[in-house]
Write a protein of this length. Structure first.
Length: 129
C-alpha cells in the first residue's frame, strides 16, 4: 500500500467523522490527515500543497464536487513528496509543477537533504527547473 492509498483511506474516514458538519470542518480534517503524511516536509510547504488543492476545490464550478475529490486531489503529490514515485512516473499539471518548484525553492534550507536531492533530480530530469 502506498502512502497515498493509506492517506486516502484515513481522509475518507475523517470526512465521515465530520459528516453533517460544515465543509470547513471537513477540509480541516483532510488537512490534518494530509499533514500527517507529509511530516518530513517543512510546515510552509505542507500549507502550500494543501492550499493549492483547496483553492482548486473552492474554484471548481462542478456542481457535483465533493470533499472526497478534495481528499483525492493530492494523492500523487503525497507519493512524489515522500519519494515513493519513480521520476519517470511523476506527472502533474503545469500549475502543480510550478507549485512544486516554488515550494522546494522557498523551503530548501529546511528540507531533508536526501529528499531535496531526490526531488531536485526529478525537476531537472523533467526539465521543470
Amino acid at each position: 500500500m502506498t502512502a497515498s492509498d493509506a492517506y486516502y483511506k484515513k481522509a475518507k474516514e475523517a470526512i465521515r467523522r465530520v459528516e453533517g458538519q460544515s465543509d470547513s470542518d471537513a477540509a480541516e480534517s483532510i488537512r490534518e490527515v494530509l499533514f500527517s503524511f507529509l511530516k518530513e516536509l517543512p510546515e510552509n510547504l505542507k500549507h502550500d500543497i494543501f492550499n493549492f488543492y483547496f483553492d482548486q476545490y473552492l474554484d471548481s464550478e462542478d456542481p457535483a464536487k465533493s470533499l472526497y475529490q478534495l481528499a483525492e486531489a493530492p494523492m500523487a503529490m503525497i507519493d512524489f513528496m515522500t519519494g515513493q514515485v519513480p521520476a519517470v512516473d511523476a506527472e502533474f499539471s503545469e500549475e502543480e509543477w510550478e507549485m512544486i518548484k516554488e515550494g522546494i525553492n522557498a523551503n530548501a534550507e529546511e528540507m531533508d537533504l536526501r529528499l531535496l536531492n531526490q526531488l531536485m533530480a526529478v525537476l531537472v530530469e523533467k526539465k521543470r527547473y
